[in-house]
Write a protein that binds this ligand. Sequence first.
Ligand code: SMG
Ligand code: MG
Length: 380
Amino acid sequence: MKLEGFPDLAPVNVRSIELRRIALGLVSPFRTSFGTETARDILLVRVLTDSSEGWGECVAGNEPLYSSEYVEGAHHVLRHHLVPRLWSKPSIAALDVADLLEPVRDHRMAKGALEAAVLDAQLRANDMSVASFLGSTRPSVPSGVSVGIAESIDALVATVGGYLEAGYVRIKLKIEPGWDIEPVRVIRSTFGDDIPLQVDANAAFTRDDGPLLARLDDFGLLLIEQPLPEDDVTGHALIASQVETPICLDESIVSSRAAIDAIERRACSIINIKAGRVGGYIEARRIHDLCAERDVPVWCGGMLETGIGRAMNVALASLPNFTLPGDVSASDRFWSRDIVTDPIRLADGWVSIPAGPGCGVEVDIAFLDSVTTSRFELRP
Ligand code: SMG
Ligand code: MG
């Protein structure tokens, strides 16, 4: 399939692909409606070509709680089903990867990591940045931070206050039944009505919760993210008809087809784009474009990435229809030390796209080696 609007770049000869797992502890526990994370087991894909190296980060969690994918499963499917499919072509371009992997159903986070590594390697070989490849229109993007469910309202206020002091432009509060109206009310009354504020339920509510969620209309939120389960598109349309605050979908949007379906069924008026969730940055760009054609704003989601995924997300977030601030935070939001030499930082609340070819950041190999738990190398 020929994609429109992407530069035509020379393909690369892939010599080997490494699947590397690392263990990183979070700076503080991150609690959502589906669980608490304190550390991540992160799968990285490293592609070596004749002339370059590329890295891709898999966003699958330690356990299948956010979605059905999880890191051990992603590792297995990459090793046995996805990487072997790349050997069918002597030289490869990132734009070929999705088609080669298409016979394998789902496993989008695993596919996305492999495609990202090929993209990074191919772009480095062609001296082009991910931002230029995707069609970036600005050098930096506003920051946003996702704030977990806290031990108490006082603890939440202290945490949000700290992020505002650090310069974060937009705050997202994780919610669940019982931690829904009150945290939002207190954050509004403490910090005022002007802060861009939104909530994310990670599928924790039911079709009966429309009247409860409508009580959030009083607080001028930017959006309510994914109130219902992933497969309940019609339920989201029902909720959207009962609340004034825009409904945004995250987990439900697994592809451009799913995005069109949700928009046509009026299940959402805003979409959170995560490259990993949809199978890669190329499909993410496709969803960006189809949303732009339909006047549906998008924003860039986050999956607690290291600097590798974070750098690519900043590039994605700089496309023109990313008109809402994303979950684009500094590396130190989650990590005391990032695995890249120049971590992602805020400057007056904004994040710059790392300059340079590929994802624009360099892996700190010595530190990476010190946190590596396993390495597996595949060759044609
Ligand atoms: O990377 O800033 C980040 C995390 C943002 O809240 C965030 N992500 O549903 O949007 C979401 C969650 C999913 C990750 S939970 C492990
Ligand atoms: Mg979400």
